[in-house]
Design a protein around this ligand. Structure first.
Ligand code: PEP
Ligand code: MN
Length: 359
């Protein structure tokens, strides 16, 4: 996918990060127009968003206006002269969106999770030149996300973006959809040419979380933010808790600190180089300590084999899992980080000893 077109050449991007804003759903002609007009007047918005067909988790919720809203959206686009984006989930949606000259399409999280749906959308896009943004699937499956992007690419689309909106999980939680930042980061490192957007509205699920999530995305060098904005969010027919007014959007955007990805002047570069070479050294120490540790694990494996002792010695591991995080805490390290690290080390130790016992 080396020949993808960079975001700055999509033709409408006004700022870094690019701002995509608009209501969760188009509800009435006035609501849509007034929301978009206020956003345009107050911000540097690059692209409007609005849902016309809404994939709702349970029946009975507001499922979108459908085709009629495409006419409203076309008026917005023509009068405000800002391109418009919407979600498509079927070939029929694609056909209607193209008929009304919509500018950008996105594939929603529920659709990305289903290869048949993505393929149907991709087939409807054959031979069309339109940017397509692919949201992450609802489940944390990076290959499924990449697969959906590849299906769109194989249809001939060359303006493709990825949109991180978080991942579903069960139970009480801090975020509506867990961000699991490691997935979009892995996507970005494997495919740096794919513009990456963040949707803090669907990740957070509440207004207060939009700023911290956006800041984190900007600090991770995301290319754009999609923020649900509504002229009267408390009365919104979908996702009321996470939508903000155009004025609140202005405050959020003003509070985001955009730091430079470029390292800048010489003395700063030297200082960074010095700290990084120190880190390289420490990483080497960590690796050689791990190699030593696994060597000892192997020796214990030999001993267990000779004496017919089981690999897993519960008491020993209860002790390690208690003791290491306690030690780590005294050193100012996060206990959950050390718990996860030792869980990995334990898994690897068991793997090594299983191999020895079965040899
Ligand atoms: C949306 O953007 O309105 C939407 C339905 O989001 P998602 O596909 O991320 O749930
Ligand atoms: Mn929404």
């Amino acid at each position: 996918m080396k020949d993808l077109i960079p975001l700055e050449d999509w033709g409408f991007v006004k700022s870094v990060p690019a701002i995509i804003a608009g209501p969760c759903s188009a509800e009435t002609e006035e609501q849509l127009f007034d929301t978009c007009k206020a956003i345009k007047e107050k911000t540097d918005v690059s692209l409007f968003r609005a849902g016309i067909w809404k994939p709702r988790t349970r029946p009975g919720s507001f499922e979108g206006i459908g085709e009629e809203a495409l006419e409203w959206y076309k008026t917005v686009k023509d009068e405000l002269e800002i391109p418009v984006a919407l979600e498509v989930a079927t070939a029929k949606h694609v056909e209607s969106a193209l008929k009304y000259e919509m500018d950008v399409l996105w594939i929603g999280a529920r659709s990305t999770a289903n290869p048949f749906t993505v393929q149907e959308i991709a087939d409807a896009l054959q031979g069309v030149d339109i940017p397509v943004i692919v949201k992450n699937p609802v489940n944390p499956d990076l290959a499924l996300w990449i697969g959906a992007i590849e299906r769109v690419y194989n249809a001939g689309i060359r303006k493709i973006g990825a949109l991180h909106r978080g991942f579903s999980s069960y139970g009480e939680k801090e975020f509506r959809n867990a961000p699991m930042w490691q997935l979009p980061i892995a996507l970005k490192s494997d495919f740096p040419q794919i513009p990456l957007f963040c949707d803090p509205s669907h990740i957070g699920g509440k207004r207060d979380l939009i700023l911290p999530i956006s800041q984190k995305a900007v600090d991770l060098n995301y290319d754009g933010l999609m923020i649900e904005t509504h002229i009267n969010p408390d009365e919104a027919l979908s996702d009321a808790k996470q939508q903000v007014t155009p004025d609140a959007l202005v405050d959020i955007l003003a509070s985001i600190k955009v730091r430079s990805a470029d390292i800048g002047d010489e003395s700063l570069k030297n200082k960074l180089a010095e700290l990084r070479s120190h880190i390289d050294q420490i990483d080497e120490d960590i690796l050689s300590s791990l190699a030593n540790r696994m060597g000892l694990v192997g020796q214990i494996g030999d001993y267990k084999k000779e004496n017919d002792i089981t690999i897993f010695q519960a008491k020993r591991w209860v002790n390690i899992f208690q003791n290491r995080p306690e030690q780590a805490k005294k050193m100012g390290l996060s206990t959950s980080f050390i718990e996860q690290l030792f869980k990995l080390i334990h898994d690897e130790s068991i793997r090594i000893q299983t191999k020895i016992l079965n040899s």
